[in-house]
Design a protein around this ligand. Structure first.
Ligand code: HEC
Length: 151
């Protein structure tokens, strides 16, 4: 009997902890996670932007390395926009993220398609094509920010 009660209490405690953990993930940790992922992606993409603009010398190997990072990093932020993460820490995500999930998802897919192409183009070593693809990728960032990120 006592064993059963202990087992029951242990289950209950585990359940409560799981709920607390889920709520924890939902708000401030998710927001910090997605902002960190976006900031990291932006750092790497910014280096490629500088290269495309001639502010940094074009270097094929560096372009390949950073473009492959950006292609991977562009997959990461989105799991940080789960249900209920519209508040809990300072955020610039607009309510539209949760009101228009299909459109938001479509813009993520477009970014990932552009960053995959960016990596491919970087590998060809074609500088002009690389510059054009940096521009196309930057547009995919802006298209989403226009509607889903507050100024
Ligand atoms: C599918 C939509 C979407 C795409 C595509 C997108 N972003 Fe964002 N971005 C957001 C949203 C929403 C926020 C606001 C996040 C928040 O504050 O919680 C944001 C925030 C940011 C931030 C600020 C992070 C912080 O610390 O507050 C940076 C930097 C950023 N994005 C860079 C980029 C770059 C660079 C690209 C393209 C390579 C890009 N984003 C593509 C939606 C997008």
């Amino acid at each position: 009997m006592r064993g059963a009660l202990t087992a029951f209490l242990a289950t209950l405690v585990a359940g409560v902890m799981a709920i607390a953990y889920a709520q924890d993930i939902k708000s401030d940790r998710s927001i910090k996670y997605r902002q960190g992922a976006l900031t990291t992606m932006s750092w790497q993409f910014g280096m490629l932007g500088a290269m495309a603009k001639g502010e940094r010398p074009y270097n094929k190997d560096e372009a390949i390395k950073r473009a492959s990072y950006v292609a991977e990093l562009s997959k990461l932020p989105w799991e940080g926009f789960g249900p209920g993460t519209d508040q809990g820490a300072p955020t610039k995500a607009k309510p539209e993220v949760w009101k228009e999930p299909a459109k938001f998802k479509d813009l993520q897919d477009k970014l990932m398609a552009e960053t995959a192409k960016l990596e491919m183009v970087a590998k060809t070593g074609d500088e002009a094509a690389f510059k054009a693809q940096v521009g196309a990728t930057g547009k995919a960032c802006g298209n989403c920010h226009d509607d889903f990120r507050a100024k």
